[in-house]
Design a protein around this ligand. Structure first.
Ligand SMILES: [Zn+2]
Length: 306
Protein backbone atom coordinates (compact mmCIF):
# COMPACT_ATOMS: atom_id res chain seq x y z
CA UNK A 1 0.00 0.00 0.00
CA UNK A 2 2.76 2.36 0.95
CA UNK A 3 4.57 1.67 -2.29
CA UNK A 4 1.45 2.42 -4.28
CA UNK A 5 0.97 5.73 -2.50
CA UNK A 6 4.57 6.66 -3.16
CA UNK A 7 4.37 6.03 -6.87
CA UNK A 8 1.23 8.14 -7.20
CA UNK A 9 3.04 10.96 -5.43
CA UNK A 10 6.01 10.54 -7.71
CA UNK A 11 3.98 10.76 -10.91
CA UNK A 12 2.20 13.86 -9.65
CA UNK A 13 5.62 15.40 -9.08
CA UNK A 14 6.63 14.59 -12.65
CA UNK A 15 3.49 16.24 -14.00
CA UNK A 16 4.23 19.31 -11.89
CA UNK A 17 7.79 19.51 -13.15
CA UNK A 18 6.73 19.19 -16.79
CA UNK A 19 4.17 21.96 -16.43
CA UNK A 20 6.79 24.53 -15.49
CA UNK A 21 9.78 23.40 -17.50
CA UNK A 22 10.55 26.49 -19.56
CA UNK A 23 13.73 27.06 -17.58
CA UNK A 24 16.91 25.70 -19.06
CA UNK A 25 18.61 24.63 -15.89
CA UNK A 26 18.36 25.27 -12.19
CA UNK A 27 15.17 26.66 -10.72
CA UNK A 28 14.93 28.78 -7.64
CA UNK A 29 13.46 27.27 -4.55
CA UNK A 30 12.27 29.06 -1.46
CA UNK A 31 11.72 27.66 2.00
CA UNK A 32 8.10 26.61 2.52
CA UNK A 33 7.62 29.06 5.38
CA UNK A 34 8.93 32.01 3.33
CA UNK A 35 6.43 34.69 2.28
CA UNK A 36 5.28 34.52 -1.33
CA UNK A 37 6.48 36.99 -3.93
CA UNK A 38 4.19 40.03 -4.42
CA UNK A 39 5.27 40.66 -8.05
CA UNK A 40 5.80 38.74 -11.30
CA UNK A 41 9.08 36.83 -11.13
CA UNK A 42 12.04 38.54 -12.83
CA UNK A 43 13.84 36.43 -15.50
CA UNK A 44 17.50 36.39 -14.43
CA UNK A 45 20.45 34.75 -16.19
CA UNK A 46 23.66 33.98 -14.29
CA UNK A 47 26.86 32.87 -16.02
CA UNK A 48 28.13 30.32 -13.47
CA UNK A 49 26.54 28.29 -10.67
CA UNK A 50 28.87 29.67 -7.94
CA UNK A 51 26.94 32.94 -8.24
CA UNK A 52 23.76 31.31 -9.57
CA UNK A 53 22.97 29.65 -6.28
CA UNK A 54 23.45 32.89 -4.35
CA UNK A 55 21.20 34.78 -6.79
CA UNK A 56 18.53 32.06 -6.45
CA UNK A 57 18.59 32.48 -2.68
CA UNK A 58 18.41 36.29 -2.90
CA UNK A 59 15.66 36.41 -5.55
CA UNK A 60 13.55 33.60 -4.05
CA UNK A 61 10.15 33.30 -5.71
CA UNK A 62 10.57 36.78 -7.24
CA UNK A 63 13.18 35.49 -9.69
CA UNK A 64 13.34 32.81 -12.37
CA UNK A 65 17.04 32.04 -12.45
CA UNK A 66 18.75 30.37 -15.41
CA UNK A 67 22.35 29.36 -14.70
CA UNK A 68 24.53 28.65 -17.74
CA UNK A 69 27.56 26.78 -16.37
CA UNK A 70 26.89 24.07 -13.82
CA UNK A 71 29.53 21.74 -12.42
CA UNK A 72 29.22 19.26 -15.28
CA UNK A 73 29.49 21.85 -18.08
CA UNK A 74 33.28 21.95 -18.15
CA UNK A 75 35.77 24.72 -17.42
CA UNK A 76 34.05 28.11 -17.01
CA UNK A 77 37.28 29.88 -18.07
CA UNK A 78 36.98 28.31 -21.53
CA UNK A 79 33.23 27.98 -21.87
CA UNK A 80 31.55 28.43 -25.26
CA UNK A 81 27.85 29.26 -24.88
CA UNK A 82 25.33 27.26 -26.95
CA UNK A 83 22.43 28.79 -28.89
CA UNK A 84 20.20 27.82 -25.96
CA UNK A 85 22.51 29.65 -23.54
CA UNK A 86 22.40 32.78 -25.73
CA UNK A 87 18.59 32.63 -25.68
CA UNK A 88 18.56 32.77 -21.87
CA UNK A 89 20.67 35.94 -22.01
CA UNK A 90 18.34 37.44 -24.63
CA UNK A 91 15.17 37.02 -22.56
CA UNK A 92 16.74 38.06 -19.23
CA UNK A 93 15.71 41.26 -17.42
CA UNK A 94 18.80 40.98 -15.22
CA UNK A 95 22.17 39.28 -15.75
CA UNK A 96 24.82 38.42 -13.16
CA UNK A 97 28.41 37.70 -14.24
CA UNK A 98 31.70 37.25 -12.43
CA UNK A 99 33.78 39.51 -14.69
CA UNK A 100 37.57 40.04 -14.36
CA UNK A 101 38.08 38.04 -17.57
CA UNK A 102 36.58 34.89 -16.04
CA UNK A 103 33.38 34.68 -18.09
CA UNK A 104 33.91 37.07 -21.00
CA UNK A 105 31.72 34.77 -23.11
CA UNK A 106 28.74 35.84 -20.97
CA UNK A 107 29.49 39.56 -21.26
CA UNK A 108 29.88 39.16 -25.04
CA UNK A 109 26.57 37.28 -25.30
CA UNK A 110 24.83 40.12 -23.41
CA UNK A 111 26.43 42.87 -25.52
CA UNK A 112 25.50 41.12 -28.77
CA UNK A 113 21.92 40.15 -27.89
CA UNK A 114 20.53 42.19 -25.02
CA UNK A 115 22.77 45.21 -24.56
CA UNK A 116 20.17 47.25 -22.61
CA UNK A 117 19.78 44.68 -19.82
CA UNK A 118 20.91 45.39 -16.26
CA UNK A 119 24.16 43.53 -15.55
CA UNK A 120 25.65 42.99 -12.11
CA UNK A 121 29.35 42.16 -12.44
CA UNK A 122 31.03 40.89 -9.27
CA UNK A 123 34.33 42.37 -10.47
CA UNK A 124 32.82 45.83 -11.15
CA UNK A 125 30.89 46.16 -7.91
CA UNK A 126 33.97 45.18 -5.90
CA UNK A 127 36.40 47.34 -7.94
CA UNK A 128 38.52 44.33 -8.88
CA UNK A 129 41.13 45.38 -11.43
CA UNK A 130 41.60 43.64 -14.77
CA UNK A 131 44.21 40.89 -14.46
CA UNK A 132 43.50 40.15 -10.77
CA UNK A 133 42.78 36.61 -9.56
CA UNK A 134 39.24 36.13 -10.99
CA UNK A 135 37.95 33.56 -8.46
CA UNK A 136 35.95 36.25 -6.68
CA UNK A 137 33.35 33.95 -5.05
CA UNK A 138 36.19 32.63 -2.87
CA UNK A 139 36.59 36.07 -1.25
CA UNK A 140 34.27 36.63 1.74
CA UNK A 141 34.40 40.42 1.12
CA UNK A 142 33.53 40.08 -2.56
CA UNK A 143 30.69 37.70 -1.77
CA UNK A 144 29.22 40.31 0.58
CA UNK A 145 29.76 43.12 -1.96
CA UNK A 146 28.15 41.14 -4.75
CA UNK A 147 25.25 40.03 -2.58
CA UNK A 148 24.47 43.65 -1.69
CA UNK A 149 24.64 44.72 -5.36
CA UNK A 150 22.35 41.88 -6.48
CA UNK A 151 19.75 42.77 -3.83
CA UNK A 152 19.91 46.48 -4.75
CA UNK A 153 19.39 45.63 -8.41
CA UNK A 154 16.45 43.33 -7.63
CA UNK A 155 14.83 46.13 -5.62
CA UNK A 156 15.35 48.59 -8.48
CA UNK A 157 13.69 46.20 -10.94
CA UNK A 158 10.76 45.37 -8.63
CA UNK A 159 10.35 48.11 -6.00
CA UNK A 160 7.06 46.60 -4.81
CA UNK A 161 8.99 43.53 -3.66
CA UNK A 162 11.54 45.55 -1.68
CA UNK A 163 10.47 44.09 1.66
CA UNK A 164 10.54 40.60 0.22
CA UNK A 165 14.11 41.04 -1.07
CA UNK A 166 15.22 42.46 2.29
CA UNK A 167 13.90 39.29 3.93
CA UNK A 168 15.68 37.06 1.40
CA UNK A 169 18.95 38.91 2.02
CA UNK A 170 18.56 38.58 5.79
CA UNK A 171 17.92 34.84 5.37
CA UNK A 172 21.06 34.47 3.25
CA UNK A 173 23.13 36.39 5.79
CA UNK A 174 21.82 34.07 8.49
CA UNK A 175 22.73 31.01 6.39
CA UNK A 176 26.24 32.41 5.90
CA UNK A 177 26.94 32.77 9.65
CA UNK A 178 28.62 29.34 10.03
CA UNK A 179 30.84 30.19 7.03
CA UNK A 180 32.17 33.33 8.71
CA UNK A 181 32.46 31.49 12.04
CA UNK A 182 34.55 28.74 10.41
CA UNK A 183 36.86 31.32 8.78
CA UNK A 184 37.34 33.11 12.13
CA UNK A 185 38.05 29.80 13.87
CA UNK A 186 40.72 28.79 11.34
CA UNK A 187 42.24 32.27 11.46
CA UNK A 188 42.53 32.07 15.23
CA UNK A 189 44.56 28.86 14.95
CA UNK A 190 46.39 29.44 11.67
CA UNK A 191 49.38 31.41 12.93
CA UNK A 192 52.49 30.10 11.15
CA UNK A 193 50.46 27.76 8.91
CA UNK A 194 51.27 27.70 5.22
CA UNK A 195 50.01 26.19 1.98
CA UNK A 196 50.88 25.49 -1.61
CA UNK A 197 48.16 25.42 -4.27
CA UNK A 198 47.97 23.60 -7.60
CA UNK A 199 45.85 26.51 -8.91
CA UNK A 200 44.83 29.95 -7.63
CA UNK A 201 41.14 29.16 -7.13
CA UNK A 202 41.20 29.10 -3.29
CA UNK A 203 43.74 31.91 -2.68
CA UNK A 204 41.31 34.62 -1.49
CA UNK A 205 39.78 32.31 1.08
CA UNK A 206 43.17 30.98 2.23
CA UNK A 207 44.26 34.59 2.79
CA UNK A 208 41.04 35.35 4.70
CA UNK A 209 41.86 32.33 6.89
CA UNK A 210 45.31 33.79 7.66
CA UNK A 211 47.39 31.19 5.78
CA UNK A 212 50.67 32.13 4.07
CA UNK A 213 50.97 31.15 0.41
CA UNK A 214 54.25 29.33 -0.31
CA UNK A 215 53.35 28.40 -3.90
CA UNK A 216 56.47 29.25 -5.94
CA UNK A 217 55.87 32.55 -7.77
CA UNK A 218 56.93 31.11 -11.13
CA UNK A 219 54.51 28.19 -10.73
CA UNK A 220 51.69 30.57 -9.81
CA UNK A 221 52.35 32.86 -12.79
CA UNK A 222 52.47 29.90 -15.17
CA UNK A 223 49.13 28.44 -14.03
CA UNK A 224 47.50 31.89 -14.14
CA UNK A 225 48.64 32.21 -17.78
CA UNK A 226 47.70 28.60 -18.53
CA UNK A 227 51.27 27.75 -19.52
CA UNK A 228 53.55 25.01 -18.19
CA UNK A 229 55.56 25.85 -15.07
CA UNK A 230 59.36 25.73 -15.42
CA UNK A 231 61.05 22.54 -14.12
CA UNK A 232 62.82 24.60 -11.43
CA UNK A 233 59.48 25.85 -10.04
CA UNK A 234 58.04 22.34 -9.97
CA UNK A 235 61.17 21.10 -8.20
CA UNK A 236 60.89 23.93 -5.61
CA UNK A 237 57.21 23.07 -5.05
CA UNK A 238 58.03 19.37 -4.54
CA UNK A 239 60.83 20.25 -2.14
CA UNK A 240 58.56 22.40 0.04
CA UNK A 241 56.09 19.52 0.22
CA UNK A 242 58.71 16.87 1.00
CA UNK A 243 60.26 19.05 3.74
CA UNK A 244 56.76 19.84 5.08
CA UNK A 245 57.48 23.54 4.82
CA UNK A 246 53.93 23.63 3.42
CA UNK A 247 51.32 22.68 6.05
CA UNK A 248 48.76 21.63 3.42
CA UNK A 249 48.41 21.25 -0.35
CA UNK A 250 45.30 22.83 -1.84
CA UNK A 251 44.22 20.92 -4.93
CA UNK A 252 41.61 22.09 -7.45
CA UNK A 253 40.08 18.71 -8.26
CA UNK A 254 38.26 20.19 -11.26
CA UNK A 255 41.52 20.99 -13.07
CA UNK A 256 43.29 17.72 -13.65
CA UNK A 257 46.72 17.45 -15.19
CA UNK A 258 49.99 15.59 -14.93
CA UNK A 259 51.71 18.27 -12.82
CA UNK A 260 48.94 18.80 -10.22
CA UNK A 261 48.51 15.01 -9.95
CA UNK A 262 52.23 14.58 -9.36
CA UNK A 263 52.20 17.29 -6.63
CA UNK A 264 49.33 15.43 -4.94
CA UNK A 265 51.44 12.24 -5.06
CA UNK A 266 54.40 14.06 -3.48
CA UNK A 267 52.13 15.45 -0.74
CA UNK A 268 50.69 12.00 -0.06
CA UNK A 269 54.10 10.38 0.26
CA UNK A 270 55.29 13.21 2.55
CA UNK A 271 52.07 12.93 4.64
CA UNK A 272 51.18 16.55 3.86
CA UNK A 273 47.35 16.75 3.96
CA UNK A 274 45.65 17.51 0.62
CA UNK A 275 42.54 19.72 0.67
CA UNK A 276 40.29 19.20 -2.36
CA UNK A 277 38.46 22.27 -3.61
CA UNK A 278 36.39 22.86 -6.74
CA UNK A 279 35.98 25.73 -9.18
CA UNK A 280 32.19 25.51 -9.48
CA UNK A 281 29.57 24.32 -7.02
CA UNK A 282 29.66 20.52 -7.27
CA UNK A 283 26.63 18.39 -8.00
CA UNK A 284 25.11 17.30 -4.71
CA UNK A 285 26.03 20.49 -2.85
CA UNK A 286 22.84 21.90 -1.34
CA UNK A 287 23.87 25.54 -1.49
CA UNK A 288 26.82 27.89 -1.94
CA UNK A 289 27.33 28.14 1.81
CA UNK A 290 27.09 24.37 2.42
CA UNK A 291 29.72 23.80 -0.28
CA UNK A 292 32.06 26.43 1.12
CA UNK A 293 31.60 25.35 4.75
CA UNK A 294 32.39 21.71 3.85
CA UNK A 295 35.65 22.81 2.22
CA UNK A 296 36.56 25.02 5.19
CA UNK A 297 35.92 22.10 7.57
CA UNK A 298 38.22 19.96 5.43
CA UNK A 299 40.90 22.68 5.65
CA UNK A 300 40.45 23.02 9.40
CA UNK A 301 40.90 19.25 9.86
CA UNK A 302 43.95 19.23 7.56
CA UNK A 303 45.54 21.96 9.69
CA UNK A 304 44.88 19.90 12.81
CA UNK A 305 42.43 22.46 14.18
CA UNK A 306 39.66 19.90 14.63
ZN1 LIG B 1 39.82 28.83 -12.18
Amino acid sequence: MKKFGLSVGASLLVVGAAACSQQTSTTSTAASDAPSCPVTAIPITVSVNQWGNIVEQLAGQCGTVSTVVTSSSGDPHEYEPSTGDIATFTKAKMVVVNGAGYDDWATKAVQANNSGVDVVSAAKVNNVPEGANPHLWYSPDYVVGTTNAVTEQLKRLAPDAGGYFDQRQAAFQEAMRPYFAEIAEIKAGASGKTYGATESVFDYLAAACGLSDLTPQGYRNATANESDPAPGDIAAFNKDLTSKRMSVLIYNSQTEGAIPNQLVATANSASVPVVNVTETMPEGAKSFEQWQIAQLEQLSAALGLG
